[in-house]
Design a protein. Structure first.
Lengths: 245, 280
């Protein structure tokens, strides 16, 4: 579903140029959930933003669904992968009603008005259709993250890119959102790329985990490695130990 | 569990906001000795409001009532704002969640930490800076000279939280309230910050209230845990394994654990909990 080869991203120019992602390659199969774990500043979110088409100065090759994508995406390619951001307080327009938030993707991609799809979209993420009338501040953090997931699904993408989707939430609400994501994955055969610094969340959701440090992948762990706490690199071991106090 | 020395005595503490009938904190009682006490609950359970009520930091719209609220053997609620100001940051301190928001963005790190010394100790500017430098080195900041010249946006989150801890523990307070001190930090630096906090609290022989929604972290770190739900303490625990209340159990089960993989995470059965905790 996703093939990335030799992806590099740099910010700044001249003396201050800093390479954040240093030539990484990976593949994600259809229906698979790939996790990327690492500390702040390791470049994990930058990889995701490049996949989503939000960062446009990457180098290398990205193929979505078998087709190579450009730095500036066509509408067709944009609808293939949609993103859910970390902070539901910051990623939803504070002065738009939920219906407008959810209709926006369809209108932006010129696939119709989108109003008629608002109610089913809300119901599918476990919210009452009446929430369409509300403003974001009238919702709790968990409800807002559900809206963000509904918005990402409006264009019926094949891939969801999840950037720390639950780190702003309480553990009890985190469980609800993670369950919702697992259910949607099953229903729609979605492919996920999940980025987090929380190894416990990653291990719960993902089939395969890449450990990132300073712009490079240093380790790859599968489900059984995670269950046994087995690692192949000193850094992933350190991360593992830090997750259990 | 009677603590050797009581730092704080709380009896039937209640907090209401404005004319709302809902009690944000509802009849909470506990004693805090020179120990580490964890306060756990979801957002809105009243755990932060409890911490702020003890620090007397709530806005005037909040009505704080208690049968008894004694700090160091003297009642807190009757003190004037002026008296409270000389207590806060000196005998009692609050460590807040996000160093990016709670440090002053227009003062250098050195100046902020020195300010804490200047305000509460009868010392000169030079001495205050020396104390600040000493304290920053104490929280394991390398290259103290350079860091003292930096502004909060120039340092990382983990470092910012260390600066906060340095500032708050400089006066060796009797009571430290830490409100989600690590939730804005990466998992990898969380352990270091907690360890540091623990070390300093033990050294000063203070009482620590650690407020968090992460029950496992609190359990690993604290000797005693109060579990709060809708403003009330529903359970007091010394070990997680002893949890009886469905709310506490729900909170524990909601956390993913890679060593025990499950297909779906357990979510809170709110109707069942509410049936156990009827509210007027």
């Amino acid at each position: 579903m996703i093939e990335v080869s030799n992806l590099s991203v740099s910010f700044g120019s001249g003396e201050r140029r800093k390479q954040v992602v240093k030539g990484v390659s990976f593949q994600v199969a259809k229906g698979e959930t790939l996790g990327i774990v690492g500390e702040s500043g390791c470049g994990k979110s930058t990889v995701l933003r490049s996949l989503a088409g939000l960062d446009r100065h990457w180098e290398g090759e990205i193929r979505l669904n078998g087709q190579p994508v450009e730095r500036v995406r066509s509408r067709e390619h944009l609808t293939l992968a949609q993103m859910v951001f970390q902070d539901p307080y910051g990623s939803i327009h504070p002065r738009h009603r939920i219906e407008r938030v959810l209709a926006e993707p369809a209108r932006a991609m010129k696939t119709g008005e989108g109003w008629d799809r608002v109610a089913p979209a809300l119901e599918q993420v476990g919210l009452p259709a009446a929430f369409a009338e509300r403003f974001p501040h009238e919702l709790s953090g968990g409800q807002r993250q559900r809206v963000a997931i509904a918005r990402a699904l409006m264009l019926e993408p094949e891939v969801l890119l999840l950037d720390e989707p639950t780190s702003a939430l309480d553990v009890s609400v985190q469980a609800e959102v993670l369950n919702l994501l697992a259910d949607l994955r099953e229903e729609r055969g979605l492919t996920y790329v999940l980025v987090s610094h929380d190894l416990a969340v990653i291990a719960h959701m993902c089939d395969r985990v890449l450990v990132m440090k300073d712009g490079l992948f240093v380790d790859e762990l599968d489900k059984s490695d995670l269950a046994r706490g087995e690692t192949h690199h000193a850094y992933s071991k350190q991360l593992f130990e830090a997750s259990y106090l | 569990m009677p603590a050797p020395e009581t730092v704080l005595t709380v009896r039937n503490l209640t907090v209401r906001f404005a004319r709302s009938k809902i009690h944000a904190v509802d009849g909470v009682s506990f004693d805090l000795g020179t120990e580490r006490l964890g306060i756990v609950g979801e957002s809105g359970s009243g755990k932060s409001t409890l911490g702020r009520a003890i620090m007397r930091l709530l806005p005037s719209a909040a009505k704080v009532e208690a049968d008894q609220l004694d700090f160091d053997g003297a009642p807190l609620l009757t003190r004037s704002e002026r008296e409270m100001r000389s207590l806060r940051g000196n005998r009692m301190s609050l460590i807040m969640q996000d160093p990016r928001y709670s440090l002053n963005p227009v003062l250098t790190v050195g100046k902020q930490v020195a300010e804490a010394a200047l305000l509460h100790q009868k010392i000169g500017k030079k001495e205050a800076y020396a104390k600040a430098a000493e304290m920053l080195a104490r929280v394991r900041i390398s290259d103290v000279e350079r860091v003292m010249e930096l502004y909060p946006h120039q340092i990382s989150g983990g470092m910012g939280q260390r600066v906060m801890i340095a500032m708050m523990l400089l006066a060796k307070p009797r009571l430290v309230v830490a409100d989600e001190p690590t939730s804005a930090l990466d998992v990898s630096v969380r352990g270091d910050v907690l360890e540091l906090l623990d070390e300093l609290v033990r050294e000063n022989n203070s009482g620590l209230m650690l407020i968090s929604h992460d029950i496992r972290m609190v359990a690993a770190f604290c000797q005693r845990i109060l579990v709060m739900y809708k403003g009330r303490v529903v359970e007091t625990l010394t070990r997680l394994e002893d949890a009886q209340h469905p709310y506490t159990r729900g909170l524990i089960a909601a956390m993913p654990d890679p060593r025990k993989p499950v297909r779906r995470l357990q979510v809170l059965d709110r109707p069942a909990i509410d049936a156990l905790e009827p509210r007027p």
